[in-house]
Design a protein around this ligand. Structure first.
Ligand code: ADP
Length: 735
């Protein structure tokens, strides 16, 4: 089917033709035949890189040309940025007819307690499912104007963490905008038809791929495919390294999936010594530039570790990396400078980073309850599916590694020839339901128990299960919400002011209950930073650090020494709860170090985490501290006077990772906590002091480039031009 033949505005067709896309891929053509451009709901369950995004684009552009508005829901922030960048390329396309301006794209990933009303003027809005849920809770008005919803990675309905939110959000959107077109995009899963049915959509199910994918198993020097075999030369002791070197020799790149962060780092190191031997001079030079960038953007030992690998043409990638390093590694790989990335499976789910060959070094993953367990077929397929870059590689290959003939046949049976599992709604548990029941009532989607049942009947859970079993859980949730003052009434369910606030803050009602209870118990005169940090670290919205064997004694001593600082008496050390308590305190100590300006290097070493983790903890802590401040204002306004300034200050300190004396300086755009500390300790303690100083002094402290930006930011442009120098000021923004 030709792009030109589609019922789309001329400008859209021209856009695609100009980018070299003339003919639709078969699954895309099937979607058109099934009513994609006529507003029909649709589930496209097709492999990665088979043109799912483009398929969604066609539907969105068609809707926009008819005066509609599209919402594109993704599971991860990183994906939101990727899609945002892609859709922004349409800005020059006059989809809405000549004279109506180009297409406008917005991205909504910010604070949870905001409506982002300003985004309403956009034609496409990209948001994560959690952000979409929070926009609905905050009753953002443009939500009702949405005419097309795209749900990316809809198979994540199966995820215990995020599935329920996605499911409830979609149910609410379907109720709010009954005529809205829904395009769901999914990996190929066993029961795709069931999701399509739930969405009242047509199903496009296909294994078609633009680049041929061969899936094989390595054993004793050969990669075995169905019907063929490939010999791999033994250049080192390590099978995976040999497979990798073979790929490089053919001019390809490799993704290696490992079971843990530690393994991904050690593989990148190990492979590096061999990969380095294959690099030509221009590549080495390009890699040296990346190394410099890595060092510039790192504050920890991990930066040196990554830099060492990258110098050799390899890299590791996992959630512990800071965002700058992640971007450098991804871009460096896309530009074919970095030849191999070894990663935890997050990359397979997250980013569009294909490679000629994918090596799955471990098909087992650690489960806290059951130890090392084989991964699901769906996860294997997601990883294998990364093999083969469309338009760039002639083919893609994925390789599992076996130690014995039996293991190899098992891998063929259980992965390569197996179908992906069915996906199952995870909405049925009290933990998942509590928050969604509250928001459903707050937003008026249900006002009685029967109404709630009716709402639940519309979910994917009810599509797969009888709902009688869930009503007990629903009643438990209702009781919980009543006991904790978030809900009133038996026949008519009425949210209280507290219930409304908890819902819009986007915290778990259990977190809300812990915080409210803690604030009531806390005696204003005894409250320290630790009191409040421990309070938020105790909530289910905070992810707690693991306790390592070496932590027990240290944390135990800290709990004893600081026992007055907690709002509750710590459980006795023999009690089961004590283990949890220690993990909460350990997490609070990490945030405490962060706001007391301990260096990232110190924090990452002390707590055994990466820079990316510290930022992730700080992000959650900031949101929970903000919630604490709002809740304090509500439940105890008289106490709030004392406490709210403390909480508000803590919220800021967590945001910047700084002590209170630095807040004025770190609030200046582009001045991080390290530079602010240098200025402060040298006597430049306030904005006024900097203004009264001169660029030479400031340059000595924080470097000439940042000093210039700082002066510019403070509107001191005259101070930037030493008389007669004619030195122009670049108007770049600070970041
Ligand atoms: P997915 O979302 O499934 O990963 P994309 O829509 O991003 O896939 O497509 C993957 C690549 O294939 C992109 O570079 C895209 O431009 C290209 N592509 C998609 N559809 C076509 C087509 N019909 N013809 C040529 N290239 C296409």
């Amino acid at each position: 089917m030709k792009i030109e033949s589609l019922d789309l505005p001329e400008s859209v067709i021209r856009f695609y033709l100009d980018s070299g896309i003339e003919e639709l891929y078969p699954p895309q053509a099937e979607a058109i035949e099934k009513g994609l451009l006529e507003g029909k709901n649709l589930l496209a369950a097709i492999p990665t890189a088979s043109g799912k995004t483009l398929l969604a684009e066609l539907a969105m552009l068609k809707a926009i040309s008819n005066g509609g508005k599209a919402l594109y829901i993704v599971p991860l922030r990183a994906l939101a940025s990727e899609k945002f960048d892609r859709f922004r390329t349409f800005s020059s396309v006059s989809v809405k007819g000549e004279g109506n301006g180009g297409l406008r794209v917005g991205i909504s990933t910010g604070d949870f307690e905001s409506r982002d009303e300003w985004l309403g003027s956009n034609d496409i809005i990209v948001a994560t499912s959690e952000k979409t849920d929070s926009l609905l809770r905050n009753e953002t008005s443009w939500m009702q104007e949405i005419t097309t919803i795209v749900v990316d990675e809809v198979h994540l309905l199966d995820s215990a963490n995020r599935g329920p939110t996605l499911e409830v959000t979609l149910t609410k959107l379907m109720k709010l905008n009954p005529g809205c077109q829904i395009i769901a995009l999914s990996a190929t899963v066993g029961n795709a038809y069931e999701i399509a049915d739930w969405l009242k959509g047509k199903l496009v199910l296909s294994e078609w791929r633009p680049t041929r994918l061969q899936e094989g198993v390595y054993l004793n020097g050969n990669i075995n495919f169905h019907g063929s075999q490939k010999r791999i030369e033994a250049r080192s002791q390590d099978d995976a390294v040999n497979i990798l070197l073979d790929t490089l020799e053919e001019g390809g790149q490799c993704l290696v999936f490992e079971s843990s962060r530690k393994n991904s780092v050690s593989f990148a190191k190990r492979a590096g010594t061999k990969v380095a031997e294959t690099l030509d001079k221009p590549t080495r030079k390009a890699l040296d530039e990346l190394v410099e960038e890595i060092i510039e953007n790192g504050e920890t030992e991990a930066a040196n570790e990554l830099a060492k690998c990258v110098r050799n043409g390899t890299a590791f990638h996992h959630a512990g990396l800071n965002s700058a390093h992640r971007r450098i590694v991804e871009d460096g790989f896309r530009a074919n400078k970095i030849k191999v990335i070894s990663s935890t499976p997050t990359l397979a789910a997250g980013l569009n980073l294909p490679a000629r060959r994918v090596i799955i070094r471990s098909y087992r993953r650690y489960d806290p309850n059951y130890g090392m367990q084989p991964i699901p077929v769906l996860d294997y397929k997601q990883m294998a599916g990364r093999a083969g870059r469309p338009h760039l590689d002639p083919y893609g290959e994925s390789v599992l590694i076996a130690k014995s003939y039996n293991e190899m046949t098992g891998l063929f049976d259980n992965y390569i020839d197996a179908d992906a599992e069915d996906i199952w709604s995870k909405l049925g548990s009290e933990n998942a339901l509590r928050t969604h029941i509250l928001s459903t009532i707050v937003n008026g989607f249900a006002t009685t128990r029967d109404g709630l049942l009716e709402f639940i009947e519309a979910t994917f859970f009810a599509h797969q299960n009888d709902t009688w079993g869930i009503m007990d859980v629903v009643d438990e949730c209702l009781d919980f919400l009543r006991i904790h003052g978030m809900l009133e009434g038996e026949d008519t369910l009425l949210p209280t002011v507290l219930g409304r606030l908890v819902s819009t803050l986007y915290i778990d009602p259990l977190s809300g209950a812990y915080i409210v209870d803690g604030l009531k118990k806390a005696k204003a005169e005894n409250i320290t930073d630790m009191t409040l940090l421990h309070l938020i670290c105790k909530t289910p919205d905070m992810r707690q650090l693991y306790m390592r064997a070496s932590d027990y004694e240290v944390i135990n001593d800290i709990i004893m020494a600081r026992s007055d600082e907690f709002v509750e008496i710590p459980p006795r050390s023999k009690e089961v709860d004590y283990e949890w308590f220690m993990a909460e305190v350990k997490t609070a100590l990490l945030v405490e170090d962060w706001i007391n300006e301990k260096s990232l290097d110190q924090i990452t070493k002390k707590f055994g985490v990466g820079e990316g983790d510290v930022h992730a903890f700080a992000d959650i802590a900031e949101w929970l501290m903000h919630s604490t401040s709002r809740l304090a204002g509500l439940i105890a306004p008289e106490m709030a006077k004392d406490i709210s300034s403390h909480v508000a200050l803590l919220e800021k300190r967590i945001h910047y990772g700084a002590s209170s004396d630095l807040i004025e300086l770190v609030s200046i755009r582009g001045i991080g906590r390290v530079r602010a500390r240098k200025l402060y300790d040298s006597g430049l303690k306030t904005v006024q002091a900097i203004k009264s100083s001169d660029i030479g002094t400031v340059s000595e402290l924080i470097g000439p480039k940042t000093a210039r930006k700082l002066f510019e930011e403070l509107g001191l442009t005259s101070g930037l031009r030493p008389s007669g120098s004619g030195d122009g000021i670049k108007s770049e923004t600070m970041s």
